[in-house]
Design a protein around this ligand. Structure first.
Ligand SMILES: *Cc1c(COP(=O)(O)O)cnc(C)c1O
Length: 410
């Protein structure tokens, strides 16, 4: 379990160094004893602009992917005005950071007290649900409010995604009709939402989910005002290079246009990972080498939960100057705690001459990395530094370069 102080990543702002340095290599050359989180505001800003400009509907940021107030502010500054929150602490965090933002409470199982506080104190009007019990709870907590947008979460398949979200939430098709009907009676606006699972590797995932939406609408014969396609938009990792995001957007747009819904219905999405994966990385030190195993100073209880528990492979680079010319070799990592589980199988490809005292940058930790750090066993560090170099991988840098060269051509 993650400790309170870090479960929401609510690190004090003061831990972010205000003097920005240019690159990951600069950090390594300062020889930090603790792991250092690097943040790249320009990468998050670019991702936000991409979704704002290209997604054919409204993009709201799923805060759980990375609840850093600085990141939330960057997304807002670049056009993201709506935020998908899932707990009362996330509601309070975004309300405090961005008083003018619109919050949507998209966890289908909420505490009644959380609903009441969200509605009466923070002005939240959008709620998701996947059962009649939750609908009753929302109506009770809001004293039968008449200004609600209620989004019924449908169960859809996660088969195209690297991380399933299919078993816990979502009303099964056979139970959707009475729930849609009851929500329609209670709601000012009725939505249907789903989540295809995180890191969906093909746009087909959304096409198939939209077919389930169609069947549910036809079966229940209700008027639907919002279609929310959830998260799942991928980022790029070793051996997990997805098709261009524009293909996802085209597939979703086509499916949306063909649904039996009113002309004025809105299309929403809740990207988490895709908006923040490139935002941060971590610089770690190799404390020991044992054959093909590197003992590093961050791990499963730090920013590398996914690397340890679901075998996620993150990109890595050796930060050494002059650069090693030795060929790459597959390594696994041990984290710093005394726990055998603190092991990241990888394989992580690094120059074969890597040794204790070397520094490694582990990339793409902006989503579900930084957010999950703990201080278990006395390890981990809040030290965060802004850098201006490019993330190790980017889905957006190329798009930005192309756009710039088109301007020149004109
Ligand atoms: C986690 C989550 C998201 C974000 O998912 P990504 O795969 O990171 O895009 C969006 N909506 C809901 C309801 C979620 O639980």
């Amino acid at each position: 379990m993650h400790q309170d102080h870090c479960a929401l990543g609510l690190a004090p702002l003061s831990t972010v160094a205000r003097n920005s340095v240019s690159s990951a290599l600069d950090i390594a050359q300062a020889k930090p004893v603790q792991p250092v989180t690097l943040v790249r505001p320009h990468a998050a800003a670019r991702a936000a602009r991409f979704f704002v400009e290209k997604f054919p509907g409204r993009s709201m940021y799923a805060v759980k992917a990375n609840p850093s107030p600085e990141l939330i502010q960057i997304l807002w500054d670049n056009g993201i005005t709506h935020f998908d929150v899932a707990s009362i602490a996330e509601v309070r965090l975004v309300a405090r950071t961005l008083p003018d933002a619109t919050l949507c409470f998209m966890h289908p199982v909420k505490a009644e007290e959380a609903i009441a506080e969200a509605y009466f104190t923070h002005g939240v009007r959008v709620f998701s649900l996947d059962s009649l019990e939750e609908l009753e709870k929302i109506m009770r907590a809001t004293r039968n409010a008449s200004d609600l947008t209620l989004c019924v979460r449908l169960r859809v398949s996660s088969e195209h995604s690297k991380l399933s979200l299919a078993s816990k939430f979502g009303v099964p098709a056979q139970d959707a009709k009475p729930l849609l009907f009851a929500a329609r009676q209670a709601a000012d606006a009725l939505g249907i939402c789903f989540h295809v699972g995180s890191q969906a590797m093909t746009p087909e995932a959304y096409a198939e989910a939209m077919e389930r939406v169609r069947a549910a609408i036809v079966d229940a014969a209700v008027t639907v005002d919002v279609i929310d396609v959830g998260g799942g938009f991928p980022s790029s990792y070793p051996d997990m290079a997805p098709p261009p995001l524009e293909r996802y957007f085209e597939t979703i747009h086509r499916a949306f246009e063909s649904l039996p819904i009113s002309y004025s219905a809105e299309l929403w999405a809740e990207p988490g990972r895709a908006l923040c994966a490139e935002y941060s990385s971590v610089v770690v030190r190799v404390e020991k080498r044992r054959g093909n195993e590197l003992y590093i100073n961050d791990g499963a209880y730090g920013a590398l939960f996914d690397a340890a528990h679901i075998g996620w492979r993150f990109p890595v680079t050796l930060l050494r100057e002059p650069q090693s010319t030795v060929r790459d070799h597959p390594f696994s990592f041990y984290g710093p705690t005394c726990d055998d589980l603190d092991h990241m199988a990888g394989p992580f490809l690094l120059p074969a001459d890597i040794t204790a005292g070397d520094y490694i940058e582990i990339g793409m930790l902006g989503a579900y990395g930084s957010a999950m750090r703990t201080a278990f066993n006395g390890f981990g560090s809040d030290e965060t530094v802004i850098v201006e170099d490019e993330p190790m991988v980017s889905l957006y840098a190329e798009v930005e370069r192309e756009a710039a060269s088109n301007v020149v051509k004109l």
